[in-house]
Design a binder for this molecule. Structure first.
Ligand SMILES: Cc1cc2nc3c(=O)[nH]c(=O)nc-3n(C[C@H](O)[C@H](O)[C@H](O)COP(=O)(O)OP(=O)(O)OC[C@H]3O[C@@H](n4cnc5c(N)ncnc54)[C@H](O)[C@@H]3O)c2cc1C
Length: 595
């Protein structure tokens, strides 16, 4: 008989992929208690060492320079690049673990699977009252009661158990008036893949192929480039013609046959003699899954939202990845390309309604299971966008909990709550297209900023924390939005309208959004990044208040820095001295906030 435990929290999150982790961190940092339930031993989902997919997002791996997600994900990316230049997936797993561990308000249940839930009716609306979770390794069974729940499981297990309405498969053109949709509706989805990594050795390495692998020939790869050996192929995809949840075991076996069959072809066909010294190092054991259930929210994101670059008034996240549709049965149809991407130049906003189940009043979702059509999902499914949504959901829960609200309908009913949520997201370094900092508590917004040693000093209080590109949408224009100094040291003086009590000073630096940044086994992709501290980041700086040094920081590797003074201090002129970058002649500062 397992040990039965009852736990209580503000916010219970099922699933610890990038969406779940970012939801947990932002909820906890904004004051909510969190229980994060993850069925594996590591966090990160498809980005973890178990699958090894790189996190990409709105900047299209560098195709839309400058559009990279900021906020929690940027903190993770920067810290990983700094502490893990060698690209160890175990260190990335451990970074996610450490970030969660260091938040006092988060209880992490690893190796624990959400298997069911209880619901109740509150004011005529179904709510989840508790979830049932099981940890086999310790023979524990948990009942977790909470005011708020989020389904970040990818597959949507919690919402499914709660009776949340969902979609599965591909809608036809008429359903959402989508030109990229199929003529007829079907139950097929994008397929799953098993990836591998390989190493180059000084001597030739044989590959003794197992007898059960899938045979491949050169004509199978006409549309599928074998363009490197160190990292498996995203197009080794299969299983979307089946049920990616119920048939997962069958799909796993076939994906192993496919991954090893491709490697056997590379090593033993004679078509790739330059692969002689390469040998497999790691082969995934769980299928990386692209698609299963998509919940129906208060808004369903569709093709036109994306291609028209809609920025809804209640946006809480954004995207920009191509509409990246795949052939469900993947390598079974070698005569067809594995994907048909539709590229666009703009960014698009994701309204809060995509994260709120339309029939379960206290259930949010974040990740690939958000409320989007199959075509819409094909853009929002990338993990940068999933992480931005996770941050939005976690922050929303913290705000609703503090406001003693119990149904996410409150968000749509109250423009003040949406404004508070958006401003909190911006404060926490998220990006919302076209929305500037309007935080009335930020003393810097009314300050005068001057500098003799650089240009654009007043831009550090213009409310925008990145360089914008005109092609991102009508709300945008080509503008730098930063103070820039080409010689160091440089300094700015921020003069408040009157002497004020100062508790916190916050700085947002340039961390190189013009380049991609991700952990990836791909050497080609890595060559376009800097692994280590980002060269343009200001590494050493000093803050003075009315001439007195109050903060000096060195070794900085983060974009957003928050300095809480040990005790509030009265003053009116804050001087920011930029003393050194990691490895760039130019230092940039996007924002100063003062509280
Ligand atoms: C081969 C492949 C290539 C891809 N290429 C890219 C790419 O290049 N870049 C990119 O950003 N995205 C890519 N994607 C898409 C992306 O990986 C997924 O859309 C993404 O993982 C979705 O994130 P998520 O947090 O929603 O889900 P997941 O990453 O799947 O995380 C969900 C987590 O919840 C856990 N979980 C599930 N059920 C339960 C339960 N009942 N109880 C507790 N925990 C549970 C899972 O174990 C998992 O860890 C690719 C996907 C695949 C498969």
């Amino acid at each position: 008989m397992p040990t039965q435990s009852r736990l209580k929290t503000d916010f219970c999150i099922a699933g610890g992929g990038m969406a779940g982790v970012c939801a947990a961190l932002s909820a906890a940092r904004n004051g909510a208690s969190v229980i994060l339930i993850q069925d594996r031993s590591v966090l990160g989902g498809n980005a973890s060492s178990e699958v090894r997919m790189h996190v990409v997002g709105a900047d299209c791996s560098g195709g839309k320079p400058g559009a990279r997600e900021s906020g929690v994900l940027e903190e993770l990316r920067l810290e990983d690049a700094y502490r893990n230049p060698q690209r160890s997936y175990s260190l990335w797993d451990l970074l996610l673990y450490e970030k969660v561990l260091l938040e006092d308000r988060i209880t992490l249940l690893l190796d624990t699977t959400v298997v069911g839930c209880e619901t109740e009716i509150v004011d005529g609306v179904t709510h989840i009252s508790s979830v049932q979770a099981h940890r086999e390794s310790t023979e524990d069974h948990f009942t977790v009661g909470a005011g708020w729940f989020a389904d970040c499981t990818g597959d949507g297990r919690l919402g499914f158990e709660a009776g949340a309405d969902f979609m599965q498969g591909r809608e036809d053109r008429d359903t959402f008036d989508e030109t990229l949709a199929r003529e007829t509706t079907d139950r097929q989805t994008l397929g799953s893949s098993i990836l591998f990594t390989a190493r180059h050795y000084p001597d030739p390495q044989p590959f003794v192929s197992p007898s059960w692998v899938r045979p491949f020939k050169a004509s199978d790869f006409v549309h599928r480039a074998i363009d490197g050996y160190e990292y498996g192929y995203w197009w080794s995809e299969w299983g979307g013609q089946l049920d990616t949840i119920r048939d997962n075991e069958k799909i796993r076996h076939e994906l192993l046959r496919i991954a090893l069959g491709i490697w056997s072809y590379i090593k033993n066909s004679g078509d790739h003699p330059d692969a002689a010294n390469w040998a497999l190092e790691w082969v995934g054991a769980i299928p990386g899954k692209r698609e299963s259930r998509r919940f129906i929210g208060r808004h369903i994101l569709t093709e036109s939202d994306i291609l028209k670059g809609r920025i809804p008034a209640d946006q809480v996240a954004y995207g920009g990845w191509a509409i990246d549709l795949h052939e469900p049965s993947g390598v079974d149809v070698p005569e067809k390309p594995p994907y048909t991407p539709t590229h666009f130049k703009n960014l698009f906003g994701i309204p809060v309604g995509c994260y709120c189940s339309h029939n379960i009043g206290n259930l949010f979702m974040a990740g690939r299971n958000i409320s989007a059509s199959h075509v819409g999902f094909a853009s929002t499914r990338v993990m940068g966008t999933c992480a931005a949504g996770g941050q939005a959901v976690g922050t929303a829960v913290a705000i609703l909990t503090a406001a003693d609200r119990h149904d996410h309908h409150a968000l749509e009913a109250s423009p003040n709550l949406i404004e508070a949520l958006q401003q909190r997201l911006l404060h926490d370094d998220a990006f919302l297209p076209g929305l500037p900092n309007r935080d009335t508590k930020d003393l810097a917004r009314n300050a005068t900023v001057t500098s003799d040693t650089g240009s654009g000093a007043d831009r550090v209080v213009d409310g925008i924390t990145r360089a914008l590109k005109a092609q991102w949408g009508p709300w945008s224009e080509d503008a730098a939005h930063c103070f820039e100094a080409t010689t160091l040291p440089a300094c700015l003086d921020l003069t408040l309208p009157k002497e004020s009590l100062i508790e916190t000073i916050e700085l947002t630096f340039d961390s190189g959004f013009e380049r991609p940044l991700a952990l990836t086994p791909s050497n080609w992709f890595t060559a376009r990044m800097t692994r280590g501290p980002q060269p343009e980041l200001v590494s050493h700086y000093r803050l003075r208040l009315d001439g007195q040094v109050i903060i000096e920081a060195s070794g900085n590797f983060l974009r957003k820095r928050v300095h809480r003074l040990s005790a509030p201090v009265r003053g009116s002129v804050i001087r920011i001295e930029l003393l050194a970058t990691h490895d760039s002649p130019v230092a940039r500062l996007f924002e100063i906030r003062v509280y």
